[in-house]
Design a protein around this ligand. Structure first.
Ligand code: FAD
Length: 479
């Protein structure tokens, strides 16, 4: 006879959704009474530089998730445990009281999270724990190169990903209601007073809807109306040409698979150029997650390429602060940092420009920027952020070559030519036009007094970068 738990628990982490959730649907397939938990780990989150805006988004989403789960007869218990290492202490009493025998959760691939789950199975010996691969549409390990190794270059990864995807065309995980809990079981739950996280909510993320309906509608609307133009619009920060699904993917309020399946549905399985390119971007997310799975050192401050350890950074704290505040004297960089600081989101083109500026114009260790982004982004996702930073710093897997150095002024002229984006975030520059807007100090007398002077000279820093990287590579070869 099939094994049937007396009571089971689904532990929600970065998968705050009911639809297309492997851990949840696998639990529900057992047709046993089910509870759900979420554990707020403020101290651990701080150590991981999780942004307050993302924490707020999570908390707001939890309120919705609780309602959605209750419609499936699943009570969601929101617990608090500052550190991952003590999580078993939070779970044990609940599991004992409710006679929980089986725990379901979706895997998280970061080192501390893996370690937490690994230890938990020892610390809760009577609980049958099952962890599912759910973050990616294609599970890490399913696509390997001819020598059965993970791909280290994006284009062949993408090709293999597409082949696998179209051969196995996935389906959305189904959900059915759970068996109802008995009255004594429901009474036992009352002992666990609700963690009153609503008191500490900052409401910073209120511009982002958290209802399942709104989240899905926005994604569907993008697939229906904007995805065809994605290739023409995605690089211009003044245009809303990208999907802005990243905050929801980051907390798992939506799955990558849901986005991909909807794209195919809207396109009637005949993707246009713009839609193909949008799919590529989601595959980048999968690429970085697969890499994290195979190379745990990536979550321990290490670069993929070994020459990184010989790079002579010039970690100037003042310049770093100027970059963080958006006071570098390079309008596109400053406007971008103001967008990040004020909204928690930054356009992808600008993430590349600002990251390149920090690393290749200021010569500041990319790890400083990675951490700062994480502490501000509403869509902070370790794998994508780390991958993006290593790409820009030319030390990652299939990253940009070290001699490719963005010129912030020409990037600005190209991608915000009439300055709509810059002027929005830097109103003091509204009076400038043409080339001057992109490089105000080229005519100091015309530059508004309240705008900062450039903190570096790009041409000079560029030559230094080439030198620094060449030296680091030479040292690496010699070592
Ligand atoms: P769209 O252009 O609509 O793309 C759809 C989805 O594809 C995104 O939501 C995202 O999940 C994925 N995607 C798109 N571009 C990339 C990419 N280059 N790498 C990985 N996935 C991608 N993305 C995050 O989700 N979290 C991060 O913490 C993060 N940090 C980054 C740091 C740097 C330095 C750089 C260069 C990029 C970073 N990205 C990160 C990737 C990218 O900038 C964002 O995913 C994108 O801007 C989100 O906006 P969107 O949802 O409108 O994207």
């Amino acid at each position: 006879m099939a094994y049937k738990p007396t009571m089971q628990c689904v532990w929600f982490r970065h998968d705050l959704r009911v639809a297309d959730n492997k851990a949840l649907s696998s639990a529900l397939a057992n047709q046993a009474p089910t509870i759900a938990v979420y554990i707020i780990s403020e101290s651990q989150w701080q150590q991981h530089h999780k942004s307050t805006i993302q924490i707020d988004l999570i908390k707001r989403r939890l309120i919705e998730l609780k309602k959605e789960l209750s419609e499936l007869n699943i009570p969601l218990l929101i617990l608090s445990c500052p550190w991952f290492k003590d999580i078993h202490l939070s779970l044990k009493p609940v599991f004992n009281d409710l006679n929980v025998s089986h725990l379901f959760a979706n895997k998280e691939y970061e080192a501390n999270e893996l370690d937490r789950d690994h230890k938990l199975t020892d610390l809760l010996p009577n609980i049958h724990c099952t962890f599912y691969d759910d973050k990616c549409t294609i599970t890490p390990g399913k696509i390997l190169n001819k020598t059965q190794q993970p791909y280290k270059v994006f284009t062949p990864f993408k090709k293999a990903w597409r082949e696998y995807f179209y051969q196995h065309f996935p389906t959305i995980e189904k959900v059915t209601a759970s068996v109802q809990l008995s009255t004594p079981q429901l009474n036992s739950l009352l002992r666990y007073s609700e963690n009153d996280f609503t008191n500490s909510m900052s409401n910073e993320s209120k511009a982002w809807s958290v209802s399942n309906k709104a989240i899905l509608n926005n994604m569907r609307q993008f697939c229906r109306e904007k995805s065809q133009h994605y290739h023409e619009q995605r690089d211009y920060p003044a245009i809303e040409g990208t999907s802005q699904v990243s905050p929801y993917l980051a907390i798992g309020a939506i799955s990558a698979k849901q986005c991909i399946m909807r794209l195919h549905l809207e396109a009637n399985n005949q993707l246009t150029q713009g839609q193909e390119i949008w799919l590529d971007e989601i595959i980048w997310r999968e690429f970085y997650t697969h890499l994290l799975h195979f190379y745990p050192l990536l979550s321990k401050n290490q670069a993929f390429l070994s020459f990184d350890k010989y790079i002579q950074w010039n970690n100037d704290r003042n310049k770093f602060d100027q970059w963080c505040k958006g006071e570098t004297g390079f309008p596109i960089v400053d406007a971008a940092m103001k967008q990040l600081n004020n909204t928690g989101w930054m356009h992808n083109r600008l993430r590349m420009i600002t990251a390149s500026f920090l690393v290749k114009d200021l010569h500041i260790d990319w790890r400083w920027g990675e951490q700062y982004f994480m502490s501000k982004l509403i869509d902070g996702d370790f794998a994508s952020n780390n991958g993006g930073w290593q790409w820009c710093a030319s030390v990652g897997c299939d990253s940009t070559p070290y001699f490719r150095i963005f010129n912030p002024t020409t990037q600005s002229e190209r991608f915000d030519n009439n300055g709509t984006f810059i002027k929005y975030w830097l109103p003091e520059l509204t009076i400038l036009t043409g080339k001057l807007l992109h490089q105000p100090n080229s005519k100091p007398l015309l530059t508004p007094d309240n705008y900062v002077e450039p903190i570096i000279e790009h041409a000079v820093q560029r030559l230094k970068t080439l030198e620094i990287y060449k030296n680091a590579k030479a040292q690496d070869v010699a070592s």
